[in-house]
Write a protein that binds this ligand. Structure first.
Ligand SMILES: [Zn+2]
Length: 128
């Protein structure tokens, strides 16, 4: 996540610096920023982490499923927060939304990597 924000801030900073430094028009950058913002909105909801199907015990006394060791299927969301690995149970009805958010999150990270590469390529082209 730290790298993710480092890349994002690098990109956002450089979008302002690039036009003045390398002669790119301000209008073109604004258009590219708007296109990125539109793409970002289309990627909502967003999340980073992983989702796993686990089996958890319940609190009912003498539950047959728990006594047999089968327990109950549940979704577990794992993520990193302030450098620490965290886990949370996910209500079943939220599963599809979270899956979509994680897929969107992977897509966004991929886009950021592409944007970093594009930034370098543009710099090299303009330098000749
Ligand atoms: Zn149980």
């Amino acid at each position: 996540m730290e790298i993710f924000f480092a890349v994002l801030f690098f990109l956002l900073d450089n979008m302002y610096i690039v036009p003045y430094t390398y002669g790119m028009s301000k209008i073109k950058v604004a258009t590219e920023q708007q296109a990125f913002m539109d793409e970002l909105v289309s990627l909502w909801p967003l999340a980073k982490g992983s989702l796993a199907l686990v089996r958890k015990p319940c609190i009912r006394p003498n539950c047959p499923a728990c006594r047999s060791g089968k327990k109950h299927p549940a979704l577990m969301f794992s993520f990193t927060q302030a450098g620490k690995r965290r886990c949370r149970y996910v209500p079943a009805e939220l599963g599809p939304v979270l899956r979509k958010a994680l897929s969107n999150g992977r897509r966004l990270e991929q886009r950021l990597a592409e944007l970093g590469a594009e930034l370098l390529e543009r710099y090299r082209r303009q330098r000749g």
